[in-house]
Design a protein around this ligand. Sequence first.
Ligand SMILES: Cc1cc2nc3c(=O)[nH]c(=O)nc-3n(C[C@H](O)[C@H](O)[C@H](O)COP(=O)(O)OP(=O)(O)OC[C@H]3O[C@@H](n4cnc5c(N)ncnc54)[C@H](O)[C@@H]3O)c2cc1C
Ligand code: FES
Length: 411
Amino acid sequence: MLAAGVVLGLTASAYLVFAGYGVLRRVLNQRQIDRLAEDLLRARLQTALVEQADREQVRLHWNGLRKFLVDRKVTETHDTSSFYLKPHDGKSLPLFHAGQFLTFRLHVPREQRPVVRCYSLSSGPDSETYRITVKRVKDGIASQFLHDCVQQGDLLDVMAPRGDFCIEPSHNRPTVLLAGGVGITPLLSMACSLTRSGAGAETWLIYGVRTAEDCLLKDELQDLTDTNPNLHVRVGMSGSPDDAAADFHGRISIDYLKRILASNNYDFYTCGPPPMMKSLVADLREWGVPPTSIHTEAFGASSVQVVSAAMKTDSEVDENSDNERDTGVTVNFAKSSKTGTWTGGAANLLSFAESLDICIDAGCRAGSCGSCVTAIRSGSVKYLETPGYSCDDNTCLPCVAIPDGQLELDA
Ligand SMILES: Cc1cc2nc3c(=O)[nH]c(=O)nc-3n(C[C@H](O)[C@H](O)[C@H](O)COP(=O)(O)OP(=O)(O)OC[C@H]3O[C@@H](n4cnc5c(N)ncnc54)[C@H](O)[C@@H]3O)c2cc1C
Ligand code: FES
């Protein structure tokens, strides 16, 4: 009798334990399901927010020209000034990618046609204001005009930010920014963007100037180094060997880079005068840095040509020595009623047109800004380098194109 009671008690307890375990498991499973559902909801919300932000950026983007007010003009050094620009319509601005540039169509007195020029955005991405920093070039049309004639309160015609020399805020590879003179502008913007995003990768900003007086936006560089422990700024001065403000003397060289960098395994971004770009790009290639890790911004046609040549190693130059230039073909410029024979002497169709006194708007002369887009009436063109600005088969970018057989352009 007692034994039967014990067995019954044990069975009842076992049943209760199993039943309790089953309930507990169901509760735990339900909790896990709830947690997964919550995670899914959060991920969907995040995706929706990102998509909404993307749509907003597309909405804020503009085509063609937009009026900008010069909100502030600040003298930075003896030959450079910054211009803070706000949209005249008072609406928000699309966030640009650090490193991009603006294209201006300037109405310069005594110039027959508007002058088109590009200027890199020199501040970190901002939805309220854009900033450019312009160096006065001796006898330069646009830079003299901006320095001497454009004042606070003036309106300028500006195209939306463009360019693929840029860095994402989330960039997480060790990075070296190599700047020469006013070429600091896009690289400073990149350093700002990386600092604001809190990206943790090691970043070097090596900045070459002539003397301490030529060093642009010093306070901003100092603020960035104070805020960002991963950013190391080094300023080199080539003008006077005893300038106490210099971190190193002389020009930026591959030997200096080899001394301060742990290896060549960095992403390199460089912008500066053509001789600096030419030697640094060639030396980086020689050091074994792959072309995909070298990013360059050319401030003019001469930089485009030297960088493109320096990017190729000797064997690649040999392989590409026959660069498929069709010579002897005729190029007709319909609107100007002029025809020329392409001899291969001109670097591209833009220079060829200019040699025939035909004016085509051109800002970057590097296939990035789109200001030279010209319709093709018949024939086709080919590109020696893939342009950053994309256009359809019925139009071309004469600044980086050459004819591919007989050609008629609407210029
Ligand atoms: C993507 C990009 C970003 C840029 N960012 C910046 C920036 O942030 N800051 C900046 O200051 N600049 C920047 N530039 C350069 C800028 O666009 C202009 O090229 C620069 O300001 C000079 O323009 P300019 O009209 O003053 O000079 P130009 O009138 O174009 O003259 C330039 C030089 O060429 C000489 N020259 C002109 N015509 C002739 C001729 N027929 N024969 C011989 N010589 C001639 C002039 O004397 C002068 O020395 C950038 C360029 C690009 C493409
Ligand atoms: S001038 Fe900028 S794309 Fe040709």
